[in-house]
Design a protein around this ligand. Structure first.
Ligand SMILES: NC(=O)c1ccc[n+]([C@@H]2O[C@H](COP(=O)([O-])OP(=O)(O)OC[C@H]3O[C@@H](n4cnc5c(N)ncnc54)[C@H](O)[C@@H]3O)[C@@H](O)[C@H]2O)c1
Length: 324
C-alpha cells in the first residue's frame, strides 16, 4: 500500500519543516511550484491532505483534488479557505490555534501603548533635536482616563482586553458570541459593536475575517469615532476599509493608527499609509517569535498526520466532528 500523499500549496516560512515532519511520519509530501490553482492541481491528483498558507483554496481547487480529506492552514486565520465548500465536500479544515496567542496579544498591547504614550513621535522629536515632554503631539494619555474597545473576545482579544485592564485602561468588549458574564469577569464592559466603536479612544480588532466582517470598520464607522481616536489592527487588513482610514487620518479625524496587517501584503510602495507619521507600521509580524516560528509548521503538519490517523485535531468546519 502506498503512503498517503500530502501537498503543500505554499509557505513563506524558511526551510522545509512541514514536508520533513510529514515524511518523518511516513507520509509522502511535496510542494507546489506556486499557490496558483494550476500549480496546485498539477501535483494534487492523489493528495489526501493539503497544507496551505496564503493560496486561495476555493471549491474549484478542491474539485481538482478528488481524494482530499483534510486542509491544514499554516496559521490561525483561515479566510483563504472556502470552509463551506470544504464542508459540503466532506473535507475537514484545521488551523493552528495556539502557536502565537501571546505574541499577537503582546504586539497589540505594544502598539496600543506606543500610540497611547506617543513613543514614535517622541522618538522622532528627540532625534530631531527637541527635548520636550509637554507637547500638543504626542498626545500621551493616562490609561485610567482612556477607553480601549476590543472587538472580538476570543483567544487573542481576551488576552489583549485583560492586559489593557491590568494597565489601568477602561475596556469595552464587543463580541456577539462571547458570554457577557465572561467579559464582566475580566473587568471589561460588554457592549454592541457600534457602541464600542463610538466610545473608543483606542479601537483594536480581533475578529475573524469573513463576509460579515470585511470592512467592518468602513468610512461610516470611522465617522462615528471620537476625533483623535486611535485604530489598531493586528488581525486582518480587509477588516478595515484602508482607503477610508487613510482619508480619515489625512483629514485629522482619526488621530493615529498602528497596523500590522493590510488589504494587500506586502504593503504597496505607494500606499498613502507610508507617508503618515501618525501611523505605526509592522510587516504582518505580530505572530513572530522564534518559539512561534518553530511551532507553526510542526503544528500544521501534525494536524494532517493526526487527522489521517483518526485522532482529534482543531477542526474549524462548523458541525464537523473533530476527527473522521
Ligand atoms: N497578525 C498576525 O500575525 C496574526 C496572527 C494570528 C492571528 N491573527 C488574526 O487574529 C484573529 C483572531 O484570532 P483568535 O485566535 O483570537 O481567534 P478566536 O477564534 O479565538 O477569536 C475570534 C473571536 O471573534 C469573535 N467574533 C466573530 N465574529 C465577530 C463579530 N462580527 N464581531 C465581534 N466579534 C466577533 C468570536 O466570537 C471569537 O470570540 C485570527 O482570525 C487571525 O485573522 C493575526
Amino acid at each position: 500500500m502506498t503512503e498517503p500523499f500530502i501537498l503543500v500549496s505554499d509557505c513563506d516560512l524558511p526551510g522545509t519543516v512541514i514536508e520533513d515532519t510529514l515524511r518523518q511520519a511516513g507520509l509522502r509530501a511535496d510542494r507546489a511550484a506556486s499557490g496558483s490553482p494550476d500549480d496546485i492541481a498539477a501535483l494534487s491528483a492523489d493528495a489526501e491532505g493539503l497544507v496551505v498558507q496564503w493560496a486561495q483554496i476555493t471549491g474549484d481547487v478542491m474539485d481538482r483534488m478528488p481524494n482530499l480529506r483534510i486542509i491544514s492552514r499554516v496559521g490561525i486565520g483561515y479566510d483563504m479557505v472556502d470552509v463551506e465548500a470544504a464542508t459540503v465536500r466532506g473535507i475537514a479544515v484545521a488551523n493552528t490555534p495556539s502557536y502565537c496567542i501571546e505574541e499577537v496579544a503582546a504586539h497589540t498591547i505594544a502598539m496600543i501603548m506606543s500610540q497611547a504614550r506617543g513613543l514614535s513621535a517622541y522618538d522622532r522629536a528627540v532625534r530631531a533635536g527637541t527635548w520636550k515632554a509637554v507637547d500638543a503631539r504626542p498626545l500621551a494619555v493616562r490609561p485610567s482616563a482612556t477607553t480601549v474597545s476590543v472587538l472580538g473576545f476570543g483567544r487573542i482579544g481576551s488576552m489583549v482586553a485583560r492586559g489593557c485592564r491590568a494597565l489601568g485602561f477602561r475596556v469595552l468588549v464587543a463580541d456577539p458570541f462571547a458570554p457577557a458574564d465572561a467579559v464582566r469577569e475580566a473587568g471589561c464592559e460588554p457592549v454592541e459593536i457600534a457602541e464600542a466603536v463610538a466610545r473608543a479612544d483606542i479601537l483594536t480588532l480581533h475578529v475573524p475575517l469573513t463576509d460579515d466582517t470585511r470592512h467592518l470598520i468602513d468610512a461610516a464607522a470611522l465617522a462615528t469615532m471620537k476625533p483623535g481616536a486611535v485604530v489598531v489592527n493586528t488581525c486582518r487588513g480587509p477588516l478595515i476599509d484602508e482607503e477610508a482610514l487613510a482619508a480619515s487620518l489625512r483629514a485629522g479625524h482619526i488621530g493615529a493608527a498602528a497596523l500590522d496587517v493590510f488589504a494587500g501584503e506586502p504593503l504597496a510602495a505607494d500606499s498613502p499609509l507610508r507617508d503618515l507619521d501618525q501611523v505605526l507600521l509592522t510587516p504582518h509580524a505580530a505572530w513572530y517569535s522564534p518559539e512561534a516560528l518553530a511551532d507553526l509548521p510542526v503544528h500544521a503538519a501534525e494536524n494532517v498526520i493526526r487527522y489521517l490517523a483518526g485522532e482529534s485535531v482543531p477542526i474549524v468546519n462548523p458541525s464537523f466532528a473533530t476527527a473522521r
